[in-house]
Each structure stands twice: as structure tokens, then as C-alpha cells.
Ligand binder design. Structure first.
Ligand SMILES: Nc1nc2c(c(=O)[nH]1)N[C@H]1C(S)=C(S)[C@@H](COP(=O)(O)OP(=O)(O)OC[C@H]3O[C@@H](n4cnc5c(N)ncnc54)[C@H](O)[C@@H]3O)O[C@H]1N2
Ligand code: MOO
Length: 401
């Protein structure tokens, strides 16, 4: 069976970023940049004052000097003349420094009356002057493609005079839940049936990963119905199925999609929960077949769907982020499957992060998943560990989950 790393590499290697689209600046937040943001101007465009005060020649502005105030330069209204020897120009924060001046006398360090300003604190050359280009220069590459834009990036792009941003289109993810036994929340539940939770949880995860979920109608355990519903997702960037992934007589995803030319890449990986993962392609649409057990589906989504969303969105391929923690209880030796233990996070008396697994880890138990704050990672054949031992864990809140 394939390892989790190999499976992720095969999945991510088979995906390409969505095309670029132009969005208005405020829509750029949280989107992944598709083209570099190049400064369209130099910032500041000229030497400007960083303070309210007087533009002076530092050589003149010695202690107790009296300078003639020959004009005023509010921000946006540059003073057209020159500051000559023994002169000063009233200036305000952000205003261009008039010619001849080389420093700012702070308002608090001056006394002004009758067109004259008296220096109460000597000024050195360059004081309170923001040099032209201090922040950035025209033509400078400010934000590189592949970055998920922060509010600060949006501000930087705006300052660089960009009214819009080129970002990758949000990946469209089709979600297909299968099974005769599942009913939508709120609908009548058939005898022997259960409520479908997977499609809703996966749709929320897709949103958390910056994608647009398209929840398809539930398909019964019937080849034709599964194939017909899956066909509706051909325009998606990725089709995610849940259920029907295992070896049961009614586990039909592969055979149903096979009628329409499904090309399997791999099936089954050395992972718990989530062994019967499917990866392949229906025509040009990549298909990720998640197991039906709700926790298996979501843990597979953490390991494979979230990184896939990142790659489709234009971000670099990467595994989910992890943290170092200390085991809150002793951990048994692991078998051949890479394990994920739902765990809570806390801090011990020394402030160290402690990850404590829930005692029961059955892959049907959604309540423990909802209450978990992290997944403790256990490599295949990892030895038994005592309480307090160092462990690696995926923090679920960091993924927005
Ligand atoms: N003989 C074997 N049996 C099973 C194996 C195996 O290797 N040999 N693998 C087990 C593992 S591991 C998993 S995981 C499950 C996965 O099975 P399927 O992907 O085929 O899923 P289903 O059989 O359709 O359903 C499993 C379970 O999940 C519930 N389910 C299904 N869909 C939903 C949904 N949308 N929302 C909530 N719950 C759902 C379903 O009712 C079943 O209880 O197979 C093991 N068996
Ligand atoms: O991997 Mo199946 O992953 O529990 O129950």
C-alpha cells in the first residue's frame, strides 16, 4: 500500500492551478496572486516631511536661531519656491520638502510669531525627512505570485497604484455523496438509514481552503445514478466522492465511474483512518474518492483535499502544517498504517503544548472529531511512547477547520 507522502505527491503532482481572473482590490483578500504586483510608482514620490513643523536648512537651524517663514506647504500643495538662507517654510506631515530645505524643525521645538520661527532645539540634516522611494521604487516587484493575499498585501497593492489584482479563480469542487442508506439532514430517514454528514463537512472544508463547493445530489448505490451525477461535475476542477470506496458489494465508485472511462491512479493507502482512498481521473476531471466513514473522509480531506485546494488555488505543494507537542497520555506501538489520533490541546505547568488523544478513535465518531483540536501523527510502526514524549500533530484550527 502507498504511504501518505507518496499518495499526496501523486495527487498534488496531478493538479494544475486554475486560470487567472481580475478582481477588485477588496476581493483580493484571501485569494492567491497569479501575476506579480509591480510598483506602478515610487513611494514616496519625492522627499516628504514625516512631521508637522518647518522645512529648514539644517545649517541655519541652530539653537535660538530666528528664521523668516516665507510660505506654507500643506500635504498635497507643494511650496513652489525655494528655502533660502535664514528662511523656513511651514510644512505638514506628508508634504513635499521644498527645494533648498534639508530637514524639518519639529513644531514642538519651535516658537512662531509674526512671520518668524525661533529654533528651540537644533536640527540636524535629514531629520524627519522621508526620502523619495523610502518604501518602494517604480518597477519593483512587491508581491510574488503564489502568495495568498493578506489585508496588508491588499494595502500594498493599492499604494502601488493597482486598482485590481490578478488572482487564481477559486477552485470549483464537486462533492458527491453516495449510499442507499444516507438521507439529507432534515429529510425522512429510510429504514436502516443514516443522515449524510460528509458532503456538508467537505463543503465547509472546501470553503475553508478557498474553494467553491458544488454539492451534488446524493447518489444511491447504483452504477447508473452515480455515473449520471458524477457527469454533472465534469466542469469542476476536482470531483470529491465519499462512500463506496471500499471492497463491499455496494462500494461502487470505481465501477460506476469506470463505465465513463475513469482512469484509476491508485486505490488504498497505508493510513488510518482512510485506507480505501481512491485517486484517478474522469476524462480531464481529477477524482478524489474519500471513504464513507465520516472521520476517515475528513482526515483524508485534511491530508489530501486541503493541500489539493492549495495547489489548485496557485499555492505551492505542501503537506498540512504541523506543531510539536507532548503526548498527554501514553501511546501504544503503531501498526503498518500511518495513524491520526484525534486529540485536545492544552498547556502544562511549564507552558508546553500537550496533545491528549481521545480514548476511543473509531472512524464513525464525529463528536470526538468536532471536539478535537489536533490530529496526533503516528508513523507506521512508531514505537510505544510514554506520557510526555514529543509528538507531531496537525493543528486543525490553523487550517480553519
Ligand atoms: N472487508 C473490509 N471492509 C472494510 C474495509 C476493508 O478493508 N475490508 N475498509 C473499512 C474502512 S477502513 C473504511 S474507511 C470503510 C470505507 O468504506 P466505503 O468508503 O466503501 O464507505 P461506505 O461503505 O459507503 O460507508 C462506510 C460508513 O460510512 C457511512 N457513510 C457513508 N456515506 C456517508 C455520508 N455521506 N455521511 C455520513 N456517513 C456516511 C456509512 O453509512 C457507513 O457506516 O470501509 C470499511 N470496511
Ligand atoms: O480507514 Mo477506515 O478508515 O476507518 O475506518
Amino acid at each position: 500500500m502507498l504511504s501518505v507522502e507518496e499518495a499526496r505527491a501523486r495527487i498534488l503532482g496531478g493538479l494544475a492551478p486554475t486560470p487567472a481572473e481580475a478582481v477588485a482590490l477588496p476581493e483580493g483578500w484571501g485569494r492567491v496572486l497569479a501575476r506579480p504586483v509591480i510598483a506602478r510608482l515610487t513611494q514616496p514620490p519625492a522627499d516628504v516631511s514625516a512631521m508637522d513643523g518647518y522645512a529648514v536648512r539644517a545649517a541655519d537651524a541652530v539653537l535660538d536661531a530666528r528664521l523668516a517663514v516665507v510660505g506654507s506647504a500643506p500635504a498635497g500643495h507643494p511650496y513652489a519656491g525655494r528655502v533660502g538662507p535664514g528662511q523656513a517654510v511651514r510644512i505638514f506631515t506628508g508634504a513635499f520638502i521644498p527645494q533648498g530645505a534639508d530637514a524639518i524643525l519639529l513644531q514642538e521645538d519651535a516658537v512662531a510669531a509674526d512671520g518668524v520661527v525661533e529654533v528651540r532645539e537644533a536640527v540636524r540634516a535629514g531629520r524627519w525627512v522621508r526620502r523619495r522611494g523610502l518604501d518602494f521604487a517604480e518597477g519593483e516587484a512587491l508581491i510574488a505570485p503564489g502568495r495568498r493575499l493578506t489585508a496588508r498585501d491588499v494595502g500594498l497593492a493599492a499604494a502601488a497604484n493597482h486598482p485590481w489584482l490578478m488572482v487564481h479563480r477559486r477552485p470549483r469542487i464537486g462533492i458527491l455523496a453516495t449510499g442507499d442508506e444516507i438521507a439529507l439532514p432534515g429529510d425522512p430517514i429510510p429504514p436502516g438509514g443514516i443522515v449524510s454528514s460528509n458532503a456538508h463537512a467537505i463543503a465547509a472544508m472546501v470553503r475553508a481552503g478557498g474553494g467553491d463547493p458544488l454539492v451534488l445530489p446524493i447518489a444511491p448505490d447504483d452504477r447508473e445514478a452515480i455515473a449520471a451525477t458524477a457527469a454533472a461535475a465534469r466542469a469542476c476542477d476536482l470531483l470529491v466522492t465519499t462512500g463506496g470506496a471500499s471492497v463491499g458489494d455496494h462500494d461502487l465508485i470505481q465501477t460506476a465511474l469506470g463505465q465513463d472511462g475513469f482512469a484509476l491512479d491508485f486505490w488504498k493507502i497505508a493510513m488510518r483512518p482512510g485506507k480505501p482512498l481512491i485517486w484517478g481521473r474522469l476524462g480531464t476531471t481529477p477524482v478524489l474518492g474519500l471513504p464513507g466513514n465520516p472521520v476517515s473522509a475528513m482526515v483524508c480531506a485534511v491530508q489530501f483535499l486541503m493541500p489539493a485546494l492549495a495547489v489548485l488555488s496557485g499555492e505551492p505543494a505542501a503537506p498540512p502544517p504541523t506543531i510539536q507537542a507532548h503526548a498527554g497520555s501514553a501511546l501504544p506501538e503503531n501498526d503498518k498504517r500511518f495513524d491520526h489520533l484525534r486529540a485536545t490541546l492544552s498547556r502544562d505547568r511549564d507552558g508546553r503544548v500537550v496533545a491528549t488523544p481521545f480514548p476511543q478513535q473509531d472512524s464513525s465518531m464525529l463528536k470526538t472529531l468536532a471536539r478535537a483540536e489536533a490530529l496526533i501523527l503516528r508513523a507506521p510502526y512508531a514505537p510505544a511512547l510514554p506520557e510526555g514524549a514529543a509528538v507531531e500533530a496537525i493543528p486543525l484550527d490553523r487550517l480553519g477547520l
